[in-house]
Design a protein around this ligand. Sequence first.
Ligand code: SDX
Length: 389
Amino acid sequence: KNGYFTFDPGFMSTASCESKITFIDGDEGILLHRGYPIEQLAVNSTFLETCYLLLNGELPNEAQKQEFITAVRNNSAVDPSIANLIRTFKNDAHPMAVLCSATAALAAVYNDQIDITKAEDRKLTAYRLIGQIPTLAAMVYKHLKGEEFIAPDSSLDYAENYLHMTFGKAGQAAKVSQVLAKAMDRIFILHADHEQNASTSTVRLSGSSGTNPFAAIAAGISTLWGPAHGGANEAVLNMLTEIGTVENIDKFVAKAKDKNDAFRLMGFGHRVYKNFDPRAKVMKQTCDEVLAELGLEGEPLLAIAKRLEQIALEDDYFISKKLYPNVDFYSGIIMKAIGIPAEMFTVIFATGRAVGWYSHWDEMVSTSYKIGRPRQLYTGYTERNYPTK
Ligand code: SDX
């Protein structure tokens, strides 16, 4: 009514919270950020403009956009203590473990500088998180490779800067680096927020105790890591690699349909979408564009992914279970083409999602809120007495 959604009381009793940030209609495959369709933001906006929208509720005018970009750039350097922490990890540590620890350590760096009741402190924390999460992501990658960290370059756009800190400026022809930066920026947009998914709900529940926002974000990173959630993009690439050839697909589809087999088709299905994930469509289009620009149309994994998608979309089992490709199905192929290793894929997801987590945390703490306290359905013993000797 009057441009706002209304829900029947029955729905409200099951909702975990109220929010104005993101709307999903799983049956229709609709995803809106502050009312704007993800398909339009992914193609027409930039990641930092989308960050401003998620945080503030409106698209920025030119002055607001420049001020936001400058504030993020000025807060993208990481405290030396965090660099030292990252260097203490073994080179074969999983990147998500390192990112989670480094983000939690930001709570130690800034703890005495954040009063969560003050809007100015919450705004500065947003600049620090959005500015430093790609720097941390690049540092995690460099540590994996045993290479020196590359400092952020405030003359570069957000995605360009991430690629610079990861791969350095050398080695990429200007045109290629523009293609990769645009694809990277779109991947960040497509991962920015997604309503009350497991990791965002974790950040809200953790934040509802009044804890340090970086600690709550670290809890979100832990949750995202799982293969049923953000870890799926790494699992998709590993699955496509394991399938190996188009001829092998049928064997894996049969495994996915076998109730006695725990194997699931990674990148398919969703708790909410029972139709196409609108992000998957844009990700597939981006995948085609990037591979064409890089002359990688013959990438074998892409052929396997497209054939697998076609088979699944025509298969009665997947149709009956309403299983469609989700955001993770094509993202890994793009990131592999950019040169990012599979173990870093969920770190990229977290880098994009950090603004969504933070927007939900900020929406909660900027209004009156109570500590979350989910209840349970108790199915254990009724009261009984301790046996006396
Ligand atoms: C993300 O919540 C979000 O918004 C998350 C996310 C975000 O942006 O934050 O969108 C990101 O996490 C996307 C999902 C990434 N995960 C994967 O791609 C992993 C593979 N997908 C599955 O693990 C699964 O689809 C889930 C976990 C995503 C959803 O699992 P559910 O809740 O069990 O799905 P469902 O209830 O709709 O399943 C219906 C049936 C079940 O069989 P029955 O019990 O009816 O016999 O379909 C089966 C499921 O077992 N099924 C699959 C399947 N996914 C569900 N069978 C084979 N392959 C699959 N991928």
